[in-house]
Write a protein that binds this ligand. Structure first.
Ligand SMILES: [Zn+2]
Length: 278
């Protein structure tokens, strides 16, 4: 059956993931963790990075199977209008949040990382110089290269998109400490490396005459109300990393954590260069 937005993964009243099928309703299913993540992405109409194309229901040995056809897409980077001033929060759950409300997802590198770890372990379990060791080494190098190329390609697309669309860019690289490090990967191979992304963005801005400002790390971009400019002390400390939305105790404006932070980053950047927002 083709997907007309009615085939998706949905939580039932107990919080378990189920497939919502026309006529049948919510049905239990089994799949790998990675695939489930892709199904979730595909089920979210606001997430443009994956799409469930169609589903085939099969019956084999008295069991029903759902076979999904999912496309993973790159977000189409297009010109979004007049060049704008952008505040950018380089975050941990996503690659970046922009002050125009856009969010740029992290790249899914699960396959590459799994392969790298697999061949690394194979290398450590075989005799150096042996055929099996050399073969593991070759595949390790191959997947390492794949990961780096895929990431560079993605970062190139994203940074070009930002540079084309902006006249001024202010960034803050939030809380590197809270980044999830994979203990098996060297620094160079860290999954979604914020530093590499930021450096690329910086030099592309400079090459293209887009003003680029780094907002200091200590600037509390997530704690200030972008409406009234007052600080919300309830938002201080690491414990608030989990707070996604809040109301300003002073002016009662309602804020999404990331978009509010990016607006503050933009304002702070403009303040640093001596310009104020109109
Ligand atoms: Zn306020």
């Amino acid at each position: 059956m083709r997907n007309n937005n009615n085939l998706r993964i949905q939580k039932d009243k107990y919080g378990h993931d189920k497939i919502l099928l026309p006529k049948l309703g919510l049905v239990k299913f089994k799949t790998s963790k990675k695939y489930k993540e892709l199904l979730r992405k595909g089920s979210d109409p606001d997430n443009p990075t994956a799409e469930i194309k169609h589903v085939t229901i099969k019956k084999e040995n008295d069991k029903y199977y759902a076979v999904f056809n999912i496309t993973e897409l790159y977000v189409p980077w297009e010109i979004i209008g007049p060049r704008q001033q952008l505040g950018i929060d380089i975050g941990c759950s996503k690659l970046a949040a922009l002050s125009n409300g856009q969010e740029i997802p992290n790249l899914d590198l699960t396959l590459e990382v799994d392969k790298i770890i697999q061949y690394q372990q194979k290398m450590s379990h075989t005799q150096p110089g042996s055929i099996r060791h050399n073969e593991a080494q070759r595949l390790y190098n191959l997947w390492t290269k794949k990961l780096i190329n895929k990431r560079n390609d993605y970062y190139d697309k994203v940074t070009s998109y930002i540079v084309k669309n902006s006249s001024f860019v202010a960034v803050q690289n939030e809380n590197i400490i809270s980044w999830k490090h994979n203990k098996y990967l060297s620094r160079k191979l860290q999954l979604n490396a914020p530093r590499i992304f930021m450096d690329k963005l910086e030099y592309k801005c400079i090459w293209n005459d887009v003003e680029f400002i780094k907002v200091p790390k200590y600037f509390p971009s997530t704690q200030i109300c972008s409406e009234c400019g007052k600080r919300n002390h309830n938002m201080s400390g690491l414990r608030n990393l989990g707070i996604r939305e809040w109301d300003c105790p002073h002016c009662h404006a309602h804020h999404g954590r990331d978009i509010n932070a990016t607006k503050n980053i933009l304002n702070k950047g403009l303040e640093i260069v001596g310009t104020t927002v109109q």
